[in-house]
Design a protein around this ligand. Structure first.
Ligand code: PXP
Length: 240
């Protein structure tokens, strides 16, 4: 299982005071040293954490692939096309949300998302679509010609009982199997932490988990290298 580390919240700390530190690029390089397989950063339209200069420096500095999380807004798409990261993950974005709240609705916005997918792929950027674990959305993603989808584990992570978590995990497992059968590479993420990750990491059709908040929070106490190493150990070395 590949582990993508999202370093947005290193930048959240920096932006809270308008200082130069902590530097998300330095954090990303430490994540790389700790064995992560990719680095993820979300350039939000409101620039609440990651800034434009961060994404350019990440692209320059990293050896592992850089995955730019982004909305399909024209101003962000322009930056992505100029930056040409290895991967772009398209997500829905709302101004007032604390974090990404759900997957893309490909039935509601096929033209807007389809256009962004085509323009990114034309620049040899691998595109992933962030989706709820719903067959109809996966079918539409496959029809759009993307190679990768990322299944939203937010609902699984928010559950408060073992039974509800089990139910959500089964939905993710079925959706991942369906997506694999459509020829897609399947990632998952959102809200995963050191306690809830194992059930998701055990899903055979998943190739990658993208995890941010819990790793950066643990890093406050342990340092970022042990925080990433521990998550990497929990997510295992499954070959997919
Ligand atoms: N994947 C996607 C598409 C996301 O939007 C986020 C949050 O930025 C993550 C993964 C990581 O979520 P978390 O920070 O809760 O681990």
């Amino acid at each position: 299982m590949r582990l993508g580390v999202n370093i947005d919240h290193v930048a959240t700390l920096r932006q809270a005071r308008g200082t130069e530190y902590p530097d998300p690029v330095a954090a990303a390089l430490l994540c790389e040293r700790a064995g992560c397989d990719s680095v993820v950063a979300h350039l939000r339209e409101d620039r609440r954490h990651i800034q434009d200069r961060d994404v350019y420096q990440l692209k320059e500095s990293l050896t592992v692939p850089f995955n730019l999380e982004m909305s399909a807004a024209p101003s962000i798409l322009r930056i992505a096309l100029d930056l040409r990261p290895a991967h772009a993950t398209l997500v829905p974005e709302k101004r007032r949300e604390l974090t990404t709240e759900g997957g893309l609705d490909l039935a509601a916005h096929p033209a807007r998302i389809g256009r962004a997918v085509r323009r990114l792929r034309a620049e040899n950027i691998q595109v992933s679509l962030f989706l709820d674990p719903v067959q109809k959305q996966i079918r539409l993603a496959a029809a759009m010609g993307v190679e990768i989808i990322e299944l939203n584990t937010g609902k699984y992570s928010d559950t408060r009982t073992v039974t509800a978590a089990g139910r959500e995990a089964v939905k993710i497992e079925k959706a991942a199997g369906y997506a694999r059968a459509q020829g897609l590479t399947v990632a998952a993420g959102h809200g995963l932490d050191y306690l809830n990750v194992s059930r998701i990491a055990a899903i055979p059709s998943l190739s990658e988990l993208n995890i941010g908040h819990s790793i950066i929070c643990r890093a406050v106490f342990t340092g970022i290298v042990p925080a990433v190493e521990e998550m990497k150990a929990l997510t295992g070395e499954k070959i997919s």
